[in-house]
Design a protein around this ligand. Structure first.
Ligand SMILES: [Fe+2]
Length: 246
């Protein structure tokens, strides 16, 4: 069995003392890493599924790079709508962008679902080609496809407006393969588990502030920071859940 952790929507500010929605995102991320350290997931690789910075600032990524390095973590990341891919590549110096991560018979494939100056998801042609290429390489394995935005409706009007615009094209690629076990995403700052066109979709709460579930318009909830854990079994089944900070 393999273990995987998803932490999403870190929303780091430009320095460690920035507070957002009454939470210090660096402190809450550190608290999550402490919690993981004391669990069976201490050696699990971590997927960071976008909005690593809340202000696409070089300082955010420099801080994150240093924290991850101190903790000796295995990381795979993808950008969110609040990130700047150029700054990420420049300042996550010890964590170059990876298209996929192999975990024995499992493969985690990462996509960029963000477009400039918009909170709405979109997967451009190059990324769709990359997805096709990556999936064709791992036909005999179990695949997880990770992206920042959600393809599914989560029952929250304003967040559903941010769904991946060209999700039909995304499905067009995914439906060519029968080994896609699930989609993992962030952006919605809440727990979500559903089925989209036959594919299980799991979203994780943010490692700092959460959005109110089922809300028609933008609203913050007072749920604590959280993350998602996954057990990936050798037969292709998966077990997953959310852990909130107490
Ligand atoms: Fe976010």
């Amino acid at each position: 069995m393999n273990r995987l952790i998803q932490i999403t929507d870190l929303h780091f500010g430009e320095n460690p003392s920035v507070v957002i929605k009454s939470i210090n995102p660096v402190e809450s991320f550190n608290a999550i890493l402490d919690e993981i350290e004391s669990s069976d997931f201490r050696d699990a690789p971590i997927l960071l599924s976008g909005d690593l910075s809340g202000c696409n600032n070089a300082g955010s990524y420099q801080m994150l790079n240093k924290m991850l390095l101190n903790r000796r973590k295995e990381i795979i990341w993808l950008p969110g709508n609040h990130d700047n891919l150029y700054e990420m590549n420049a300042h996550l110096t010890h964590y170059p962008r990876l298209s996929s991560l192999q975990l024995n018979d499992w493969s985690v494939i990462t996509l960029n679902s963000s477009k400039a100056k918009s909170p709405v998801g979109f997967i451009d042609h190059q990324e769709l080609l990359k997805l096709d290429r990556e999936l064709s390489k791992v036909r005999s394995q179990f695949a997880i496809v990770a992206m920042h935005h959600c393809p599914a409706s989560i029952g929250s009007d304003w967040l559903d407006g941010h769904r991946i615009e060209n999700r039909n094209e995304l499905f067009g690629v995914l439906s060519k393969y029968d080994n896609v076990v699930c989609i993992l995403n962030g952006h919605v700052h809440q727990k979500y588990e559903g089925i989209w066109r036959g594919i299980p979709v799991y979203a994780s709460p943010s490692s700092c502030f959460q959005f109110k579930c089922k809300s028609k318009e933008f609203a913050i909830s007072n749920e604590p920071p959280g993350y998602r854990w996954l057990h990936l079994f050798d037969d292709g089944t998966l077990e997953t859940g959310i852990k909130y900070l107490a």
